[in-house]
Design a protein around this ligand. Structure first.
Ligand SMILES: Cc1ncc(C[n+]2csc(CCO)c2C)c(N)n1
Length: 223
């Protein structure tokens, strides 16, 4: 039986393929990524995660059952106090203070990406919300697994920690859980509704690509 996420996987393939070939992503795997781009990424990602964690909070309030509601609430906590520790640790290594991290001015792409997701979260159904945040989780897992296969990537003194985090079994379980939630929520939906979910999924997948690209170029507001 093909699932709804099989359909998503098929339609997103060219976007994710392009993402996997982006020099930011390949550079974390082979160590050629300029450190200044990585620093920029960490700072933008830190403020991205503050917004992203709110998606989990909204998902928790929209969930139809206690178990799913509790899981999303836990994910909000895990993002703010778990995943963001990775960023705080990197910042410490780079001599970037907590205050400086939090004061990061959001780039255009970061702002567009989280604003889009938060709009979907506030205006749409739980299925729409999940379809818009799924590329972030599933896409990072795919990148993590891909990079982990490159010799030396897991042990790289700078980027190894990133690769270990997103290729871990623990992270894989989380992504698999969310994929399952997406399939459950898609059940019984008509084609018009499914097409809307697919559109959110493709849009935020493109934004993931743009996020790597803006970080690679250390993009900033022109005025
Ligand atoms: C641009 C961007 N996209 C995806 C992630 C990955 N991510 C964000 S929240 C979360 C769930 C667990 O906290 C994961 C895996 C990121 N960090 N930055």
């Amino acid at each position: 039986m093909t699932t709804f996420t099989d359909r998503l996987w098929k339609s997103v393939a060219p976007i994710w393929e392009k993402t996997h070939q982006h020099p930011f992503v390949t550079g974390m795997g082979d160590g050629t990524l300029p450190v200044e781009s990585f620093k920029y990424y960490m700072k933008q990602d830190y403020v991205y995660l503050i917004d992203y964690a709110k998606m989990f909070a909204i998902a928790s309030t929209k969930a139809y059952d206690l178990e799913t509601s509790a899981k999303f609430a836990g994910l909000q906590e895990a993002t703010l106090n778990g995943e963001m520790n990775l960023h705080r640790q990197y910042a410490e290594r780079f001599g970037i203070s907590r205050a400086e991290l939090e004061a990061t001015e959001p780039s255009f792409v970061m702002l567009a990406y989280t604003s889009y997701m938060l709009r979907v979260a506030h205006q749409g159904s739980l299925a729409e919300l999940v379809s818009s945040l799924l590329p972030c989780m599933w896409g990072y897992w795919e990148i993590g697994k891909k990079l982990a296969k490159i010799e030396g990537a897991l042990d790289h003194e700078l980027y190894g920690e990133w690769v270990r985090t997103y290729s871990s079994d623990e992270f894989g379980e989380l992504a698999t859980w969310l994929i399952g939630v997406m399939n459950e929520l898609a059940e019984g939906k008509n084609e018009k509704e499914l097409a809307r979910l697919e559109e959110h999924f493709l849009t935020t997948s493109k934004m993931e690509y743009l996020f790597w690209d803006m970080a690679y170029r250390k993009e900033f507001w022109p005025c």
